[in-house]
Design a protein around this ligand. Structure first.
Ligand SMILES: [Zn+2]
Length: 182
């Protein structure tokens, strides 16, 4: 499923204010690596990246892994909202540029038609100009279609043109369908 970025931003605003930083005790205890607020005089403790096994038979987390997890948690406090905002700005910009290209395609196509319809003057010349406009419009259409990826509305993976739900998701839905589900 494609992420709802606005919802993600909302989740971020509800978390303890950043920036956060990863810290470690010098003694290698289970809770050696942890995350706390960075710029506060009295920083809040945010999370502990546990190492070792937290209960019998639990898979072990190495000190290196725990350290990396603490850094990841701390960095995500500022990194994740920035990534979301940049993605949103980029998506808007792509939309704006695509609309602009489409406007030029429309302009060129209508110009090509008008010029081809002019009976006076040099007919060959007019037809040449008209064809040039059509070629330019065609090239711009290609630019648009190359960037166009159709994505599955369930999982977000690219799909065959015009298909809303990918084959995998259809199969999964069919497998999960139980009698009485209608
Ligand atoms: Zn899918």
């Amino acid at each position: 499923m494609k992420r709802d970025l606005k919802k993600d931003l909302k989740i971020i605003t509800k978390a303890t204010p950043g920036p956060w930083q990863a810290r470690s005790w010098s003694i290698p205890t289970d809770d050696q690596f942890h995350v706390q607020q960075r710029d506060e005089e009295k920083p809040k403790e945010i999370a502990t990246a546990w190492q070792g096994g937290r209960y019998p038979d639990a898979p072990e987390i190495s000190a290196e892994e725990a350290r990396n997890n603490a850094i990841f948690i701390a960095e995500s406090r500022e990194g994740w909202p920035e990534a979301i905002r940049r993605a949103m700005v980029a998506e808007e910009e792509v939309e704006r540029l695509r609309a602009e290209i489409q406007r030029h395609i429309d302009l060129m196509e209508s110009s090509a038609e008008v010029i081809a319809g002019i009976e006076s003057g040099n007919r060959d010349f007019n037809m040449g100009i008209s064809a040039a406009y059509r070629t330019a419009a065609k090239n711009l259409r290609k630019v648009l279609s190359e960037g166009e990826t159709y994505r599955c509305i369930e999982c977000g993976k690219p799909t065959e043109n015009w298909v809303e739900v990918c084959g995998e998701c259809i199969e999964k839905a069919l497998r999960e369908e139980k009698p009485g589900d209608f």
